[in-house]
Design a protein. Sequence first.
Length: 433
Amino acid sequence: MFRVFAAAAMVLTSAATAVADDWPQWMGPKRDGVWRETGIIEAFPPEGPKVRWRVPVGGGYAGPAVAAGKVYVTDRQVRGTSDATERVLCLDEANGQVLWKHEYDCRYTVSYPAGPRCTPTVDGDRVYTLGAQGHLFCFQVADGAILWSKELLKEFHLQNAPVWGFAAHPLVDGDKLICLVGGKGSTVVAFDKRTGSELWRAVDSLSAHGPGYGAPLIIEHGGRRILLAFHPDGLSALEPETGKVLWTHEWKINFGLTTPMPRLAGDEIFLTAFYDGARLLKLSEDGGSVSEIWKRKGKSEKNTDGLHSIMPTPWFDGDVVFGVCSYGELRGLDARTGARLWMTYEATGGKSERWANAFLIRHEDRFFLANEQGDLIIARLDREGYHELSRAHLIEPTGSAQQRKVVWSHPAFANRSIYLRNDEELVSVSLAK
């Protein structure tokens, strides 16, 4: 009997392991903001979800990455008035214990100098990090050994970092690491992921904000793979293997605020920017060109019925758009016209606040929303509105912004848990059913 029970237990354990998932980069395994694990709670218990561990960390906007039993996060350590370092931490996923770390001197010149912005990118036995001042590293996962590194400001002869720091999360594609760098002819650069040698560079952008702040994304359309780069001069489509520019949809973005990632549904691409509103584009059948379906821009970022997003990437499925607008309104838009269907402040803080924020992650037929107050919300969103199902407070807002305290870090979802950080700690909380 014991043997039968043990065998059954092993089968159940194996099945549970099989549906577990990692979160190895910005916006998840497929960089699409969808959490695909099963066995997740429908609502939080009255006492709140179980905290697995808490670990002290320094300042930063960079979200964590989770892969193969390890958690990676970057932060900033300040000593005195100007002496500061950036750190890369590798933690044991089971208990938060530090397995290795790397620390390097890093004097900040950027605005909102809390810490690094980019989520680490894990690729097998390597992990890549990009700091706010352009320090790019490739580490060996096992022990933190540096395999190669670059200082983008020096190597590409850039006078300054982007105003709000390097924030475009690096992307691994085959044997390439693709980064938004900036400078003439080097808005987008592909490096050999194993050696760091440059493979190609593309797109002129002489904006004072450099390459902008948006993460590169690869899509498949019309039988071809297309690299999308949303930068201060618009949206460019490139051949991932060569960097050849296929087309550019010109759109001058005020202050280079291209933070929300392009969203694709079928042959359509949705874009939004804080000052400049939103646009819906349509790819040609072979992906070799693009046309505009509609565009919407309010009288100002505050007076608009469209969507002027500052940080969070919206959800777009071809029928509706859900996203957080410029002053904390979670909005639903009709994707066919861009017209507003509804809006609410409930998800972000209950009132209008400049740059109030919540990150949207899709899970099955609902969304998990991590807001700037440190709450995690389970809600259904549809054409009729926002339907909150459950809410729990997970972490304290510690960052200073717009005369209030905030959490402006995108969480990771893996191992049926959430991993969320502020400027003082990284917490792992179980969301298992």
